[in-house]
Design a protein around this ligand. Sequence first.
Ligand code: NAD
Ligand code: LMR
Length: 369
Amino acid sequence: MLRSSLTSATRRGLSAAAAEPPTKKVAVTGAAGAIGYAMLMRIASGQMFGPHVPVELQLLETEQGLKPLKGVAMEIKDGAFPLVRGITQTADPNTGFGDADVAVLVGARPRGPGMERADLMNANAAIFAVQGKAINDAAKKDVRVLVVGNPANTNALVAAANAPDIDPAQFMAMTRLDQNRAMGQVAIKTGTPVRDVERVVIWGNHSSTQYPDLSNALVNGKPALDVINDTKWVREEFIPRVQKRGAEIIGARGASSATSAASAAIDHIHDLYVGSGDAWQSLAIRSDGSYGMDKDIWYSVPCRCPGDGVYERVLDIPSPDEYSAAMMDATRKELLEERDAVKHLLPAATRKQAGTKPARKKRAKKATA
Ligand code: NAD
Ligand code: LMR
């Protein structure tokens, strides 16, 4: 009796092991920083890829960052997370990105009070040229890259431009934090749980020119602008608040947002891989000319995420009205100026043509062959 139940338990264990999904190798840069610290435990606990997907954490820091990183790695080990299959700590980008499925690029200087994110261009953009090259050389060819470090959109452009063998559509910058902020403000204004707020869109740059757009948003299935019924609030309070929320947080805590940024990065990658059905998610991706935007800027647009690393632009939406068109244009112009400012970091290499959907099945097979 005991023998046979042990045997079936062993069998169950063996079949569970056989059914285990493949381990995701996740590279995180700036892993010992404030955002890294807030994000790693959540990746380790399964919140990024789902509760059954094992993860290997590849943590990249500067040489000086390796000491605090050691402490972070000790804490992850002390968390006894069943999904963690390994932790790499390194200052070498090629090791950090080695064979990575996903790279979250956080490592960069944050801004202080009174600065705009674009003021970080000189300090940070060069980091992303180096890391783009290393991703190109060391990561899986179907890697998905999320840039968090500021100025995030233009850093994504720089990283992608330095990775000629990887489809630029696989590089994204994070505007999910802005979307979450906008949804939170609408929920508060309408007295509705965030769950019932949908289709809020962030257009353009993760900066104070971004356009948080409620034109298509729904609250409890009804047009949000009708439910709110207060254009003055939308234009004079909601939009500027979301645009400047990062600075408001720096003013209040004396440091830039970290937990909410980590949470948004988890949301972004979770929805990309696990999927979020018909929901709209704002992703700053390489413009392919849709919505009348210039090509080759990383412009945030609404996407659907069916899962498995794929996104699809939401194209079946009404043309913007005059106000929205002007707002979308202002942030487009800022991205063009930022692109000019980093020209020296953009090799004129032959680019692969990016599609709306990053090619995956074929590329994945090739990459793992
Ligand atoms: P932090 O200073 O606490 O941490 C940054 C970490 O990056 C440090 O540990 C540093 O050693 C490391 N680092 C620097 N250069 C590196 C490199 N070349 N390789 C690897 N690691 C490197 O800063 P933080 O609060 O974690 O913020 C990080 C970045 O994220 C900043 O640029 C900040 O402005 C940005 N940010 C973006 C968003 C967003 O929504 N996109 C939100 C919040 C913060
Ligand atoms: C944010 O939006 O909170 C971050 O980009 C940090 C910042 O500098 O505002």
